[in-house]
Design a protein around this ligand. Structure first.
Ligand SMILES: Cc1cc2nc3c(=O)[nH]c(=O)nc-3n(C[C@H](O)[C@H](O)[C@H](O)COP(=O)(O)O)c2cc1C
Length: 183
């Protein structure tokens, strides 16, 4: 069965005090043919600071049409215009070009933490167009997968995939079919 592509996933990070933080981020697909998931964010956001401080993250993706869940575990890194990876630089420009005006405006405005106390003038600036270079605040996140927990809720099947270096994936069946799947 062909799966409709997911539009976003939930990305969990660790706050400075050790408590979890979780939020939706757009799913931008994979980085080339690697086991790295791409997402976009604001380098000035709390989640960016959390990733820089503690790169281990977990993303959770639910495909409602097929009742499948993917828990994606690994380390995240953030990449701007100075990334040495040419493909990543291209992917960043492509992601920027796909943003609607109001999101490009958001990346061009004050840092998220200063929005409540920013005067209206802080928002009046030229907003770069879709084919202009992205703002410095616009970064691509790369989630380098080290394990994936797959659950097919409808068929009661659960599979665990792991890899030490993003290649040579090992697969282990946790549940093969109908039955209790909550453990
Ligand atoms: C459907 C949906 C998609 C979103 N996509 C993104 C995204 O791609 N990148 C992002 O930084 N925030 C995205 N957000 C906003 C985040 O969920 C979050 O509220 C915001 O980034 C602040 O998170 P933080 O304070 O933990 O850094 C999205 C929210 C929703 C509801």
């Amino acid at each position: 069965m062909k799966r409709p592509p997911p539009s976003h996933h939930l990305l969990a990070t660790l706050r400075e005090d050790g408590r979890p933080a979780n939020r939706s981020v757009a799913f931008l697909g994979f980085h080339g043919d690697t086991a790295c998931v791409l997402f976009q964010t604001d380098s000035r956001s709390p989640k960016a600071a959390e990733i820089r401080r503690h790169p281990w993250v977990e993303a959770c993706m639910h495909l409602p049409d097929t009742q499948e869940q993917f828990r994606l575990h690994g380390t995240a890194s953030l990449h701007g215009a100075d990334t040495p990876d040419e493909l990543l630089r291209k992917e960043r420009c492509k992601a920027w070009a796909g943003l609607p005006f109001d999101i490009r405006e958001w990346f061009s405005g004050p840092p998220p933490s200063q929005i409540p106390k920013s005067p209206p003038e802080a928002f009046r600036h030229p907003v770069p167009g879709p084919h202009d270079p992205p703002t410095e605040s616009f970064v691509l996140g790369l989630l380098r997968l080290s394990s994936v927990d797959y659950l097919n809720f409808e068929h009661g099947r659960r599979q665990h995939y792991s890899s030490a270096a993003g290649t040579d994936w090992q697969s282990k069946e946790v549940r093969s079919g109908k039955g209790a799947i909550l453990s």
